[in-house]
Design a protein around this ligand. Structure first.
Ligand SMILES: Nc1ncnc2c1ncn2[C@@H]1O[C@H](COP(=O)(O)OP(=O)(O)O)[C@@H](O)[C@H]1O
Ligand SMILES: [Mg+2]
Length: 356
């Protein structure tokens, strides 16, 4: 069951929130003179909004959002499946992030919202759609309303391997379609001058029939930005050059992360997950090479191996280079019945979600 914040922490949030409300909604001109403008990333966000939802214009307030079930938890926010009051047909995944300034959450929520607005409004087929951002004055939270997908890839792949165990051919096709969808999403971000920087199974979403989308833009950066926020990032997907600190974060590092993800998802576990961080680091510094499952098709193995080239200069330079590889060209536009059945079976077999 989804559980709410404890009474005392909610009271504490309310105390800070009052100040936030004044800052974010009223007296903007006066506050702009007293504080730098970048303090007001949320200034235009209110506790109600009007959106376009399936071709209909809908107005609602934060009070009309009814929690249905818990969808997931990340470093910066919890995500809840939500329904609009008296409108069971209007469903969102609402990501709630505290407005309290804690470590880097301020940076993250601003970054998430900015990137979401930038990319989530375009209805790209492989980027989670954005609908609205609201301020929850009672709980002191920024609420991002987005389209709801079924689950994330971390939960999906563990059920895929533990309960379903597809044939090698079907698993191979699944991995190639996933790779194609995520590469299309990353390429689209690149066209917007953005790098995701946190490509991991928890940030890949799955929907029926066979659709994969990228979410979580909390540490997304503009391409030329030199800032390198590593806090809260999973080192499991850090490329070797990131550990050496010799290159600023760029597309090749996201490519490495994608390769590591595809390897993990295809075999059902991260290849170095059991290693302590120092030994992981030493593997990365000593030219670790992946053992790519022999059950995968040769073209798929080629894809994983080129993404996981230790030398950053040997990885593909552009996403278009990946999309023109045989493993990607061979992915048909529409998924086969076998792929559709596989995704349906896994989604139907997922354990029910409980809040953490
Ligand atoms: N649109 C969505 N539909 C379904 N589940 C989602 C959606 N967005 C996020 N989730 C779930 O919530 C988790 C946390 O969301 P995320 O945006 O990654 O937060 P964080 O920035 O804190 O990591 C995800 O790993 C996923 O399981
Ligand atoms: Mg996340």
């Amino acid at each position: 069951m989804y559980s709410t914040a404890s009474g005392s922490s909610r009271r504490a949030k309310r105390g800070k929130l009052r100040l936030m409300c004044v800052d974010s909604i009223c007296n903007l001109e006066q506050n702009h003179q007293e504080n730098p403008p970048n303090k007001y990333e949320f200034a235009d966000i209110k506790d109600s909004c009007r959106i376009e939802y399936n071709g209909e214009s809908i107005e609602f307030s934060i009070k009309q959002l009814i929690n249905i079930k818990y969808l997931g938890q990340g470093c910066f926010g919890s995500v809840i499946l939500t329904q609009l009051e008296h409108r069971p047909d209007v469903i969102f995944a609402c990501k709630r992030m505290t407005l309290e300034i804690l470590e880097n959450n301020d940076y993250s929520s601003q970054c998430d919202l900015r990137a979401m607005r930038d990319v989530g409004n375009d209805r790209h087929p492989h980027i989670v759609n954005f609908y609205a951002a609201l301020i929850d004055l009672i709980n002191g939270e920024l609420v991002i309303c987005m389209e709801a997908l079924e689950t994330s890839m971390d939960k999906f792949y563990s059920t895929l391997h533990s309960r379903i165990q597809p044939s090698s051919n079907l698993l191979d096709l699944f991995i190639r379609r996933l790779a194609k969808h995520i590469v299309l999403a990353l390429d689209y971000l690149k066209s917007k001058n953005l790098i995701h920087r946190d490509v991991k199974p928890q940030n890949m979403l799955v929907a029926r029939p066979v659709i994969f989308k990228l979410c979580d833009f909390g540490i997304c950066e503009t391409y030329n930005d030199s800032l390198s926020l590593v806090l809260h990032r999973s080192m499991n997907y850090f490329s070797p050059e990131r550990f050496r600190g010799v290159y600023s974060y760029g597309i090749p590092s996201d490519m490495w992360a994608l390769g590591m993800n595809l390897l993990e998802i295809s075999q059902g576990y991260h290849p170095l997950a059991s290693q302590p961080i120092l030994s992981y680091l030493s593997h990365m510094n000593n030219g670790w090479q992946p053992d790519i499952p022999l059950t995968l098709n040769q073209h798929t193995r080629d894809l994983l191996s080129i993404l996981l080239r230790h030398n950053v200069n040997e990885r593909p330079r552009h996403y278009s280079d990946i999309l023109s590889m045989p493993s990607m060209i061979s992915v048909e536009e529409n998924p086969s019945d076998d792929e559709i059945n596989l995704v349906n079976c896994v989604l139907d077999a997922l354990p029910s979600e409980t809040s953490e």
